[in-house]
Design a protein around this ligand. Structure first.
Ligand code: PLP
Length: 398
């Protein structure tokens, strides 16, 4: 028998099944007993009908053939304008490649930066697919742990040590899974390390519309960074277009050219009608403001639901669609607490351990339920954590 690729078999190595709770939630829903689901980073509202109409008109108008490797000229222009304004880096269409979601941009960027065996650093807790995407590019993931006590901002000594001898650093602000927004000092520290150690930076900013506590800032805008940074963006989160699989990478022209060569050999470009829908959406900032505003409101609701809870403490989450909740006073791991919540309360949250070791003893809640259900779910979660911590409720046998 021929042997499959070692590299691809190794993609998921080292991780447990972080999606166990999500699978269970889906199983319960299929059996007619759906939990309140705070597991998935996907909107509870559908894609706005105006965007669907734009896609429909484009497809019916005939834009159903191969549509250009790096993206349509119109979308690349619209994205260049957006990145120039939002990220604060003056770019043109030749600095943009349209990809299959932000995920596609991560894949292209890592492949364009890494040679086999090169190390790329990720900050723990991390978006679950980062290590696997690095491995897919032949790279070796290295972990720099951030601490809950620091609001999940990385600290200099840990990050600098992890970057020793690495080729690339991957950061994400506003952050999934923590909801943290990196401070100005954190961004400057990241830039200093990248320049001194001559690293590529991938700055995953797919939540750049959801920076609620302060205006969004990109490390790409800091002096000396534009030439070594690829900004990853996406229509998925800001426009409720997850299933459209439309994202982009913005970066130095030479690297974008390599990524476009990859696009030729991987996907042969993205669908024209999807790109036309994205271009339409980018011309409607009111849609982005409304969708992102929902999550600003829900951060407030979540904070109110957990206010005063001693055993379920909301972390410094003021961006994206996530809240990391510290449940260590219960004495349970995030995994055991999440299991108890779904089995006994029908509330689904992700164990912090699914995102690395730094979030052990935490659970991540996505703010993707209608306001009243979100409030109910988090109020109940806080009560259960309080009862466990006070010994009023027994932890289930392992
Ligand atoms: N980056 C982060 C931090 C994410 O949370 C996600 C999705 O959840 C992505 C990238 C990929 O999103 P998409 O491929 O839908 O654009």
């Amino acid at each position: 028998m021929p042997v499959p690729s070692q590299q691809i078999r190794y993609i998921l190595s080292g991780g447990g099944d972080g999606w166990e709770i999500l699978h269970r939630a889906r199983q319960l829903a299929a059996a007619g007993d759906p939990p309140l689901n705070l597991c998935v980073g996907e909107h509870d509202e559908p894609t706005p009908p105006e965007i669907l109409a734009a896609m429909d008109a484009s497809a019916r108008g005939g834009h159903t053939g191969y549509a250009g490797l790096a993206g349509t000229p119109g979308l690349r222009r619209a994205l260049a304008e957006r990145v120039s304004a939002r990220q604060g880096v003056p770019v043109g269409p030749s600095n943009i490649v349209v990809t299959g979601g932000g995920q596609g941009a991560l894949f292209y960027a890592l492949n364009a930066m890494l040679d086999p065996g090169d190390a790329a650093v990720v900050i723990d807790p991390y978006y679950t697919v980062y290590p696997g995407t690095i491995r897919t590019a032949g790279g070796v993931p290295r972990i720099a742990r951030a601490r809950t006590e620091n609001g999940f901002q990385p600290d200099f000594a840990t990050l600098d040590a992890a970057c020793d001898g690495a080729k690339a650093l991957l950061v994400n602000t506003p952050n999934n899974p923590t909801g943290a927004i990196y401070s100005g000092e954190t961004l400057e520290m990241i830039a200093e390390i990248c320049i001194r150690r001559d690293l590529w930076l991938i700055s995953d900013e797919v939540y750049d519309g959801m920076s609620f506590a302060r205006p969004h800032r990109s490390p790409a805008a800091l002096p000396g960074m534009a030439e070594r940074t690829v900004v990853v963006g996406s229509m998925s989160k800001s426009y409720a277009m997850c299933g459209f699989r439309c994202g982009w990478a913005a970066g130095p022209e030479g690297l974008i050219k390599l990524m476009t060569d990859l696009a030729l050999n991987v996907a042969y470009g993205q669908p024209g009608f999807v790109m036309d829908a994205a271009e339409f959406a980018l011309g409607r900032p009111d849609i982005e403001a409304r969708i992102c505003g929902t999550f600003a409101r829900r951060h407030e609701i979540a904070r109110r639901a957990l206010a005063g809870a001693q055993a379920a403490r909301a972390g410094a989450s003021d961006g994206a669609m996530y809240l990391m909740i510290d449940i260590r006073p219960t004495g349970l791991s995030g995994r055991d607490f999440a299991r108890l919540m779904i089995e006994e309360e029908r509330i689904a949250v992700m164990p912090g351990e699914s995102f690395g070791e730094a979030a052990a003893g935490h659970v991540r809640a996505t703010l993707t339920l209608p306001d009243d259900q979100l409030h109910t779910a988090l109020t109940r979660l806080a009560e259960v954590a309080g009862d466990l911590a006070a010994g009023r409720r027994a932890a289930p046998a392992a």
